[in-house]
Structures are given as C-alpha cells and as structure tokens.
Design a protein around this ligand. Structure first.
Ligand SMILES: [Zn+2]
Length: 176
C-alpha cells in the first residue's frame, strides 16, 4: 500500500511537471491560437509580406526569428533600443514597415522600448494573448504579421497605452 501511494504521488508530480513544460512550449498560445498570417484579424494589405518558415530563418538571426516568428520575448534591459534617446523611426526587422517614431517613445522603466502610439494604427494590429496564464494583448506587424510585443493600458496620456516592444524585431533609422 505504502509503495502504491508513493508511486501515485510520484505520478502526480510527473504529470504536473509535464503540464508545466507543455505550457512553456506553447508560449503565447491559447487553445484557439492560430499562426498570425492565418488569423482573420490580420489586415488585408496589397504589400503583404509572406515567406515560408525556411525563408524567415534565412532572413533573420536566430533571436529575431524566435521573437518575430515564435512569439518570443527578449530579456529586459538587454535590447539595443530600450535606452535609445535618438530621434528617428523604428521599423520592422521582418519587412521594413515603419512602426514607431521616437516622438512617441517614453521611459517605462520596464527594460523594453516603450511607445504610446504607433506611427499609424494601420501599421500594427493586435489580438488577445492568453499565454503564460496572463491576459495580454499581442502587437503584430501589419505587413508581415510578425510578433512585436504587447500593448498595455498603463501608458502616459493622451493615449494611455504602452506598446512594449522587443528591440530585436526593430531597426532604427536616425532622423537627419
Ligand atoms: Zn513586418
């Protein structure tokens, strides 16, 4: 009996660990999750950028691919742009679409580049993200459907929004 109880306990621990592992593998994905380019909310644009996963892997660095194509997140305070105070435009590393201007950037203290608005609401789109047991809103590029980060409702006025974006998926061109 005693051995059986111990075995049952070990079994439960293994199942719990496995469940946690599965959740980690499905980062950013809820039960109804579909790839962004298959999501009906993805904006219809004439200039849409569509590559195969193999083509994306060739075009991007491994870290860019992990974030842009696999809903990854870079570590806080490590990216190239969270502390960038130069004037210019931030564009998508996947397709070159301008996404944010330095005029909308602010120091959020989070360690990720933070903006209160995109250059145009047509250049990004959003969808719910219930991964990691959190209710968040994912921000994606309107042209290539790449994952950029998340948007939160604790930003500065007037928008009240905080677009929390990964440096890795941005390129920066300084204003001349
Ligand atoms: Zn893009």
């Amino acid at each position: 009996m005693k051995t059986a109880s111990i075995l049952a306990l070990v079994g439960l621990v293994v199942i719990a660990a496995a469940a946690g592992w599965v959740r980690q593998q499905n980062q950013g994905q809820d039960s109804k999750w579909v790839p962004a380019e298959q999501d009906s909310r993805s904006p219809k644009r004439k200039d849409k950028v569509r590559l195969t996963e193999e083509e994306w892997k060739k075009k991007l660095t491994a870290e860019q691919y992990r974030i842009l194509r696999r809903q990854g997140t870079e570590p806080a305070f490590c990216g190239a742009f969270y502390d960038n105070h130069k004037k210019g435009t931030y564009s998508c590393v996947g397709c070159g679409l301008p996404l944010f201007h330095s005029g909308a950037k602010f120091d959020s203290g989070t360690g990720w580049p933070s903006f209160f608005q995109p250059v145009s609401k047509d250049n990004v789109w959003t969808r719910p993200d219930n991964g990691f047991g959190m209710v968040r809103v994912e921000v994606l590029c309107a042209r290539c459907d790449g994952h950029l980060g998340h948007v939160f409702e604790d930003g500065p006025k007037p928008s009240g929004l905080r677009f929390c974006i990964n440096s890795e998926v941005l390129t920066f061109k300084e204003d001349k």
